[in-house]
Design a protein around this ligand. Structure first.
Ligand SMILES: *Cc1c(COP(=O)(O)O)cnc(C)c1O
Length: 379
């Protein structure tokens, strides 16, 4: 008998409460019943986004919310700063270029976090209207110091946009307190939902840019969204079932409490790092910026990294992530986000050990699981 376990950085496993909500009969989206559900969702999202500003729900994956940010904030010929320390940072640059926006790229060595001084210098040297960053660079397992970045950007003309697709509801991001203007996210990571919803929060400072921008936009026009949402309505048909399920997920996050969610995810990531160390494996990300949402571990030399991930998945049913782009075959990644707890992590680690052992890697069987258990035993 094979059982399946999902420890990837999206999609993440669905809690039974979410599955139940998804299975309910559909209702019409332009009814008082759905308006009440929508209002509840928007309030709940403000809690998770840690903002009192408007949060919008988009019918797209996370990248749709990223595109909405670029299309709504900028015009062709504008300049924006993008931080590229991995595959998802690169997406900001590609999106800017698609809209004719000149991207001033800050290249960051993969596995490292951007230095705030570099953003400060780039802001001084350019007329950038927007700074695009990533909370957790999922491809490398690096968390950026958004608080310090916001400190710099808030004293400039520019608007700060954070891709928190993998970080929201996993790592602390104090949107209002730190003065982050725009936060984008998606449904299938920390929020424990199937893929299909994008989210975006907008500050007052960002609205000024949105109202002045001249990029073509239609489906993702946030001005239209704002108008509709003021009447608890949506410009187009909303994915009703996903929004119903969103409320179930938000209720769970509220019940646990955001702070406790961050602690749980942090502990799980810490245990994975401890396990890697005990197994003699090296972490890809620099220790100073290792993410609590996802841990990238170097494939030991001489071992086939893709085969490792495939064997865990296809023979044993434990799905972790391999490496993306230039890291293909060089790292494997274990997520610590969403509906995952300590026993999911120890289970994944025991499977990892089994496959490493079968592939001939030398270590003491059980050492990784033991190290993880020891982390979890500390309250
Ligand atoms: C997953 C992810 C994305 C892409 O989101 P999609 O939902 O696949 O469009 C973008 N940025 C980060 C940091 C991610 O983890």
């Amino acid at each position: 008998m094979k059982k399946n376990y999902l420890l990837t950085p999206g999609p993440t496993p669905l809690p039974p409460q979410v599955c139940e909500a998804l299975a309910r009969p559909i209702i019409h989206h332009r009814t008082p019943q759905f308006q009440a559900i929508l209002k509840e969702a928007l309030e709940g999202l403000k809690y998770v986004f840690q903002t009192s500003s408007d949060v919008f729900i988009l019918s797209s994956s996370g990248t749709g919310a990223m595109e909405a940010a670029v299309a709504n904030l900028l015009s062709s010929g504008d300049t924006a700063i993008t931080v590229e320390g991995g595959k998802f940072g690169e997406r900001w640059t590609e999106l800017c270029q698609a809209y004719g926006v000149h991207a001033e790229v800050i290249k960051v060595e993969w596995g490292k976090a951007v230095r705030v001084e570099e953003i400060k210098a780039k802001l001084k040297a350019t007329k950038a209207r927007v700074v695009f960053t990533t909370l957790c660079e999922t491809s490398t397992g690096v968390t950026s110091d958004i608080k310090s970045i916001a400190e710099v950007v808030k004293n400039s003309e520019a608007v700060l946009v954070v891709d928190a697709i993998s970080g929201l509801g996993v790592i602390d991001l104090k949107t209002d307190e730190w003065a982050v203007d725009v936060v984008v996210s998606g449904s299938q990571k920390g929020l424990m939902l199937p893929p299909g919803l994008g989210f975006i929060s907008i500050s007052q400072k960002a609205w000024k840019l949105i109202d002045a921008a001249r990029s073509p936009r239609y489906y993702f026009d946030l001005r239209a969204a704002k108008k509709a949402w003021a009447q608890a309505d949506t410009p187009f048909t909303t994915p009703v079932s996903l929004v119903v399920a969103l409320n179930a997920a938000l209720k769970m996050l509220k019940q646990e409490g955001l702070e406790n969610v961050f602690t749980r995810c942090g502990k799980m990531a810490e245990s994975v790092r401890a396990a890697a160390g005990a197994l003699g494996l090296k972490l890809y990300a620099d220790a100073s910026c290792a993410s609590d949402a996802i841990t990238a571990i170097n494939v030991p030399s001489g071992l086939d990294g893709e085969k490792l991930v495939k064997t865990m998945r296809d023979i044993y049913g434990v799905t972790i992530a391999g490496g993306q782009s230039e890291l293909k075959g060089r790292v494997f990644r274990i997520a610590s986000m969403g509906y995952i707890n300590e026993f999911d992590i120890t289970l994944a680690l025991s499977c990892l050990e089994k496959v490493l052992y079968q592939m001939g890697y030398k270590f003491e069987l059980g050492a990784g699981v033991k190290a993880a258990q020891e982390v979890f035993l500390v309250l």
